[in-house]
Design a protein around this ligand. Structure first.
Ligand SMILES: Cc1cc2nc3c(=O)[nH]c(=O)nc-3n(C[C@H](O)[C@H](O)[C@H](O)COP(=O)(O)O)c2cc1C
Length: 784
């Protein structure tokens, strides 16, 4: 990798900045007197209370149908509480279709937008003026919209502006910058017809739209007529050719001009526009690079007539309380300012939630790290730290006993096919296992680099990236042998254990019938684990199983429930062996009262989008699903989340990064044992009785929602359907050596046996059970 030139931020005082401005020959004023920034300004019939504007930043954090998400609301509330006089809301699609995770304004989201406006105004430091930027999703490249398409868009903008007024916005902005419809048409010199060619035609769309908005929503301030946000590059963008930083992966290149020159250019454009339209309030851009000298230069730009309002884009993300601090102390705090690091642009480029990774790191640090963790440079650097240990501890810690050093070595040598093959030798579902297993108890946890450097080799991330790329190359399907053994095996349960066993049995030439109670394969991962943790469960399963389905070696029977339409004795009669891998379907409970729900039900309904949550939520933790429940509760808007666990942290399985526990509102209550529930007059839960294990202290934690995620048990229905099968004292199916149950030719594996261990453990058991079945049916069968 090329080492970039180090260019320190070398300005240590307004005086040094003023000297630099003279050296560069740019026309920027640096004012010691910054009082102008606190002056109110009349815009149309509205007044803004100061000259700070939080500029639009596409947040990529919208919820379903384009509704403002939790982080969207947080962003705008922080701006309002931080005292910005003008808040310019991000680019919002008109109508129901936007880019991924983009806000969309339409009838279905109007209420959510009204709530966002209300929430923004609540607790605002000074009543901010709220402007909403409207846009359309760009047409695919080389598409030429017809005149009637353009007219439909115009009407959609007008309709959305009417909705914006109803939601309570003070103004709207028809987005005109790069890639927008209005912007493209303004440059449509060669377009025939009434929307292209002459300036009159090129501006027709914008003027018709503005006229329509003025007629249908006369109360709104109109950007373009009353105020204008002028923006055309972010100073210090390291690759100016990349536009405004939206493809900032190229941020290694140095800028070809000094940031002060970019700012100067921006302000000259703003001044020209301002002078051409007296009365137009102009928001200037490009100040963030100045860090804590922003007030002096912005005040100079206002006094010299270049702009009326100082815009902060990335600067506002980093420093949402900048205006409040300026009012209180007359200056910006250097350590709170934007560092111009581009991380926000990178997040946006990947449609991840956008925020300041540096100054708001508790929230956006994990998002950013999650995004980068599969970058080739990160993975390669991590792989290079592998010591290729003899008797590697990572292998024994991993339930599938994958030869980790061997696959890492193949990867480092550039042979990814070989690396994928090594992984698949021991693990038929490596994407699933690597994403869902708690890394710290598996290979990563055992890696000697943890002791040597504090950071393990990212084994599971490497496994995941290698495996998903192998899927992309079409090489992960089950290998179906030409020869058949003539044996038929029934597998009950299409989760990780059942599928892993099916793959291995098919590879050994057996026919498999796979039965599952639900309407799709995948078991717990597919049904309950949040999609954010493993977006493509189906894709891996389908790719693995397809060759067996094509070769008719595998038959899948869905909605097949043991004890109902599936009877174990019949399965035994029709097959040479039966493997039970149903999983366990019942959370241990302290008692069922309204407001208390088990983790599996909670996660399943959250995944289907049909659940509600309280404000103060207790997660009774112990099992693997506790962390998913906690994260899901957070995503659904719970304010306070108490993770209550009867043992020390070291005994709790969790897959969330440690820093997650530092998220505001999350309380990890270790060594607190839940005893039972308190209910209110309507018999709904209002508290959890808890006891501190060490202090022997008992108290009641007030909550309004409880998720029980302590420990899974075999569901009663499975128990009765398996009447002839011996269960252990722990309530799981008892298996002897090699996963045999007490019934002849009936085997069991996965959560039914281990009580709900990691996915990797279940896959590992499925593989071993298949080997055992094969051994009994073929290698050691008297008929073979
Ligand atoms: C991640 C990101 C998203 C942005 N989204 C928008 C947007 O939705 N609409 C818009 O007009 N400008 C958008 N901008 C431009 C900013 O509003 C601002 O003009 C630009 O970042 C320059 O100001 P700064 O140096 O203060 O960041 C975006 C910029 C960034 C970095």
């Amino acid at each position: 990798m090329e080492i970039r030139d180090y260019q320190p931020f070398y300005l240590d005082s307004p005086g040094a900045l003023a000297k630099e401005i003279i050296r560069l020959g740019v026309d920027l004023a640096v004012d010691d007197d910054t009082a102008a920034l606190a002056h109110p300004l009349e815009i149309g019939h509205k007044q803004i209370s100061n000259r700070f504007c939080a500029q639009p930043i596409t947040g990529c954090d919208a919820g379903p149908a384009g509704t403002p998400g939790k982080l969207t609301l947080r962003r705008y509330r922080r701006y309002a509480q931080g005292g910005y006089g003008l808040i310019w809301f991000e680019s919002t699609a008109v109508g129901p279709v936007g880019n991924p995770r983009q806000l969309c304004l339409h009838d279905g989201t109007l209420d959510a937008f009204s709530s966002m406006v209300e929430a923004t105004r609540t607790d605002a430091l000074a009543r901010p003026v709220l402007v909403l930027q409207l846009t359309t999703v760009p047409a695919p490249p080389d598409t030429v919209l017809s005149d009637s398409d353009i007219e439909l868009s115009r009407d959609a903008f007008i309709q959305a502006a009417v909705l914006a007024a109803r939601a309570g916005f003070d103004g709207v902005d028809i987005q005109c910058c790069g890639g927008s419809l209005a912007g493209s048409l303004l440059g449509a010199f060669s377009r025939p017809g009434k929307y292209g060619g002459s300036f009159e035609n090129r501006s027709r769309f914008l003027l018709e739209t503005l006229a329509g908005v003025r007629e249908k929503a006369p109360s709104l301030l109109l950007a373009g007529l009353a105020l204008l946000n002028v923006t055309c590059a972010s100073p210090n963008l390291r690759d100016p050719a990349a536009g405004r930083g939206l493809s900032a992966r190229s941020d290694d290149a140095n800028p070809d001009e000094h940031p002060l020159m970019t700012l100067d250019r921006q302000l000259r454009i703003a001044r020209a526009l301002r002078e051409a339209s007296p009365g137009l309030a102009v928001v200037g851009s490009g100040f963030s690079w100045l860090r804590h000298f922003l007030p002096q230069v912005a005040a100079g730009a206002i006094r010299s007539g270049a702009i009326d309002i100082a815009g902060m884009g990335r600067g506002a993300l980093a420093y949402p309380h900048a205006p409040a601090e300026f009012t209180a102390r007359g200056k910006f705090e250097a350590n709170s300012c934007c560092m111009v690091c581009f991380a926000c642009s990178l997040l946006q480029a990947e449609s991840e939630s956008v925020g300041c990774v540096i100054r708001d790191s508790a929230v956006y640090g994990p998002v950013y790290r999650g995004m980068r963790r599969f970058d080739p440079d990160q993975l390669f650097a991590s792989a290079r730290r592998c010591h290729m240990c003899e008797a590697a501890p990572c292998i024994s810690a991993n339930p599938t006993h994958t030869d980790i050093p061997a696959f890492i070595q193949a990867y480092l040598k550039g042979d990814e096919d070989k690396a994928a093959a090594i992984i698949r030798e021991s693990d038929p579902l490596p994407e699933l296992t690597s994403r869902l297993s708690p890394a710290w108890v598996m290979g990563d946890g055992a890696c000697i680099e943890t002791s040597l450097t504090g950071t393990p080799v990212a084994i599971l991330d490497l496994q995941y990236a290698i495996s998903w790329r192998a899927r992309g190359r079409g090489i992960i399907g089950v290998r179906v042998p030409a020869e058949l053994t003539g044996k038929r095996v029934a597998i009950v349960g299409g989760g990780p254990a059942g599928i892993a066993a099916a793959v291995r049995l098919i590879e050994r030439g057996h026919r498999v019938e796979l039965f599952d109670i639900s309407d799709r394969l995948g078991g717990t991962p597919e049904r309950v684990i949040p999609g954010s943790r493993l977006p493509e469960v189906r894709a891996e399963l389908d790719a693995v199983l397809q060759p067996a389905l094509d070769a008719k070696r595998l038959q899948i029977h869905l909605r097949a429930a043991l004890g109902e339409n599936l009877v174990i004795d019949e399965l035994r009669t029709a097959h040479d062996a039966v493997l039970l891998a149903t999983g366990v379907w019942q959370e241990r409970s302290l008692g069922k009262v309204p407001g208390v729900v088990d983790a599996l039900t909670f996660l399943e309904s959250a995944k289907r989008g049909s659940t509600t949550i309280g404000n103060r939520v207790a997660i009774l933790a112990g099992g693997d699903s506790a962390m998913d429940a906690a994260r899901t509760a957070q995503n659904l808007g719970a304010r306070e989340i108490y993770i209550i666990f009867g043992g020390p942290r070291s005994e709790m399985h969790w897959h969330l990064p440690e820093i997650w526990f530092a998220t505001p509102g999350v309380h990890a209550m270790m060594n607190w044992q839940p005893l039972g529930f308190e209910v209110d007059q309507s018999d709904t839960v209002c508290g959890v009785r808890i006891r501190n294990v060490g202090l022997r202290l008992e108290t009641v934690l007030p909550v309004d929602f409880v998720v029980e995620a302590m420990e899974l048990q075999v569901a009663g229905s499975i128990h009765s359907a398996l009447a002839g099968i011996k269960f252990s004292a722990a309530g799981t199916v008892e298996v002897g050596d090699n996963f045999r149950t007490n019934l002849d030719r009936v085997y069991a594996a996965g959560a039914l046996v281990n009580g709900g261990a990691s996915v990797a453990q279940c896959v590992g058991e499925g593989v071993l059970a298949a080997a055992s079945i094969h051994h009994d049916l073929v290698t050691h069968s008297p008929t073979s």
